[in-house]
Design a protein around this ligand. Structure first.
Ligand SMILES: *[C@@H]1O[C@H](CO)[C@@H](O)[C@H](O)[C@H]1NC(C)=O
Ligand SMILES: *[C@@H]1O[C@H](CO)[C@@H](O)[C@H](O)[C@H]1NC(C)=O
Ligand SMILES: *[C@@H]1O[C@H](CO)[C@@H](O)[C@H](O)[C@H]1NC(C)=O
Length: 324
């Protein structure tokens, strides 16, 4: 009797101690400013200004030979991918990226790339660029944490080489883009300036858990909420926005999340995010193919790009418009 009572007391004490320890762990984990003591974070990863980077990567290494002043495109699609994702780029070249005229409007597709330290990959990219003339490349190392540099390279390219276009879209190589539906919606919008749309994120907070892919230290971003921004899986804007974002970027502190960074620039420019349609059209998730449901959907493999595209081509002849 006495013995079992003692065991009960000890186990209760044990449970209590575990509870206290867990509680302390959670507090420690969520409130500490990890950047000060972080042993997992690569040192020197946090950079305060984009100008720092621009200096060492001023020159374009690859440029498409496109003259936007002759026959200005209606829409320019800028697709981010890494050097080793040739298969994904090929799938896009054969599907939604090959469409040059939609509703008699000109569309151009380009790929945004950084460089790789792998010499073989670098040589392949050069050959690919010469073969397809659709690669925009600069000298920064192509990593997830350099996506902001990649996006800003796209903005710079539009500003320098394609200001005559009407709209620009930034998207990823694992996204399906219904260029027919998008063109139709943009024509209806009929906007020429200060326009920005996509999958709107209005109340996102920085993720402070060190092990997350999206971890952002308080040093990198001290605020507790992000300004409104659009998911990087696909956003569209009137071409003037590219020059404005490039211009303001000199005074916007660097953050590695490219879509948040663009949101910070837009907030400073006082450009409001808008919906493209009364119903949702940009999806950061995967969906079954459906002709008039989405402009973008995510997690699409090269094989699925082909599959979705053949379904789109088949149905678009019978249904020339989604808006009637
Ligand atoms: C980003 O690119 C720069 C310039 O090439 C490079 O020095 C840096 O290491 C890259 N950053 C990351 C996190 O890979
Ligand atoms: C687009 O808007 C302009 C004014 O900004 C107007 O003159 C023009 O008629 C509109 N076009 C269409 C197709 O609605
Ligand atoms: C860039 O910013 C400067 C002020 O910082 C302004 O005078 C200029 O008009 C801006 N240019 C564009 C294209 O927005």
């Amino acid at each position: 009797m006495e013995k079992s009572g003692m065991a009960f007391k000890i186990s209760r004490m044990f449970i209590f101690l575990i509870a206290v320890a867990s509680f302390l762990c959670v507090c420690f984990y969520t409130t500490l400013n990890w950047s000060d003591i972080c042993i997992f974070c690569p040192k020197g990863e946090v950079v305060t200004s984009l100008t720092y980077f621009k200096k060492e990567t001023e020159k374009f290494l690859q440029l498409p030979d496109t003259d936007c002043s002759k026959n200005p495109p209606f829409l320019v699609l800028l697709v981010t991918s890494s050097c080793d994702q040739k298969e994904a780029r090929m799938a896009i070249r054969q599907t939604w990226g090959k469409e040059k005229l939609v509703a008699r409007k000109r569309i151009l597709t380009f790929f945004l790339l950084g460089t790789t330290e792998n010499q073989y990959e670098q040589t392949d990219v050069l050959a690919e660029s010469q073969a397809y003339k659709d690669i925009i490349q600069k000298g920064f190392i192509d990593t997830y944490y350099n996506l902001t540099l990649k996006t800003m390279m796209g903005m710079e390219w539009v500003h320098k080489f394609c200001q005559q276009s009407s709209f620009v879209m930034k998207t990823d190589s694992d996204v399906f883009v219904n260029v027919f539906y998008l063109t139709e919606l943009l024509l209806r919008k009929n906007r020429s300036s200060n326009f920005f749309t996509g999958f709107l994120k209005m109340n996102e907070r920085p993720i402070r858990q060190v092990f997350s892919k999206w971890y952002v230290s308080k040093y990198e971003y001290p605020g507790s909420t992000y300004p409104p921004f659009c998911s990087g899986t696909g956003y569209v804007f009137s071409t003037d926005v590219a020059s404005q974002v490039l211009n303001i970027s000199e005074s916007v502190p660097f953050i590695k999340l490219e879509d948040v960074y663009i949101g910070l620039c837009l907030a400073k420019l006082q450009i409001k995010l808008e919906e493209l349609n009364s119903k949702q059209t940009f999806f950061p998730i995967k969906l079954q193919f459906s002709l008039c449901r989405f402009v973008t959907c995510h997690y699409i493999t090269p094989r699925e790009q082909q599959d979705y595209w053949s379904q789109l081509e088949k149905s678009v002849d019978n249904m020339p418009s989604c808006l009637t």
